[in-house]
Design a protein. Structure first.
Length: 278
């Protein structure tokens, strides 16, 4: 059930609260998760909308001890401050990345590193650094339930926009492949319903990105030296033109990946791209 403001129990350790911020980029709204009942961790507190903050505090019932953020985009972390001020909870996450879409208010008391653990009487949460969507992105693996809290690394119903420079397509694909090393059973995304068949979901996303990469290569072969505006019409011909503005961002990320791998050349003078072929 994805109804804003109403806690929904996913299992004995996890409840979900949906923020009232539906939209093209947020789907039904941002998912805030509450882990534990006696000592509560709020994972992705979401936007600083007063009614959402009130719903978190009511569900936490005076037992919120930690605030954990997957990343610091404005739909995921800003409510941290109001929740922390009301509860004294410790903020945990990575400091804001250096790009234009960050919640610069976020100040973690505990700066995360890959494989860090948050151990509580009712749960064990393992941090998994997953750069790609943005450089400071972490997923969190709830070991007792084999559930991955995926933030914006994996979304239900759509693919993730990669926004350079902090967003990195090469890092994104490598981060997806890293997740295949974990015994995942469920994926709890930042937007949308929980997904099962977790490894199949991750494998599909890798295939999808590499298939799109092949379309980028084919587009460059078809057009020759070309700007992103021309390429997006060819590479994303299966996507509504109303979404091409966002598609340009992921396309640029694909081109940068090809450049990193010495498979494409960028010409800054006229901002065009072409294949590097010997």
């Amino acid at each position: 059930m994805l109804e804003p403001g109403i806690p929904f129990r996913l299992n004995s350790r996890v409840r979900r609260l949906v923020a009232p911020n539906p939209g093209v980029m947020t789907g039904p709204g941002t998912n805030t998760y509450l882990l534990g009942d006696d000592e509560v961790a709020v994972l992705d507190p979401g936007p600083a909308i007063p009614q959402h903050v009130d719903a978190i505090l009511e569900a936490g019932a005076g037992r919120i001890r930690w605030i954990v953020c997957t990343h610091t985009h404005p739909d995921h972390s800003p409510a941290w401050q109001a929740v922390a001020e009301a509860t004294g909870a410790q903020a945990i996450g990575a400091s804001p990345a250096d790009d234009m879409f960050q919640d610069d208010t976020f100040r973690p008391a505990r700066e995360l590193q890959h494989d860090d653990l948050l151990s509580a009487p009712e749960f064990t949460l393992r941090a998994v650094h997953t750069p790609g969507h943005v450089s400071n992105h972490f997923c969190f693996f709830l070991e007792e339930e084999r559930m991955l809290f995926a933030g914006d690394h994996i979304m239900n119903g759509s693919t993730v926009v990669i926004v350079p420079p902090s967003g990195d397509m090469k890092a994104y694909i490598e981060s997806l492949q890293l997740l295949l090393r974990y015994p995942l059973k469920f994926i709890a995304p930042g937007h949308g319903e929980v997904m099962e068949d977790s490894h199949q979901v991750v494998e599909w996303l890798v295939r999808h990105r590499l298939k799109r990469e092949q379309k980028v290569i084919s587009g460059l072969r078809q057009l020759g030296r070309a700007p992103v505006d021309a390429l997006v019409e060819v590479v994303y011909d299966d996507v509504a033109t109303s979404l091409h503005k966002m598609a340009r961002l992921s396309l640029t990320a694909h081109l940068i990946k090809l450049h990193q791998e010495h498979r494409a050349v960028h010409h800054p003078a006229d901002d065009t791209w072409e294949l590097f072929e010997i």
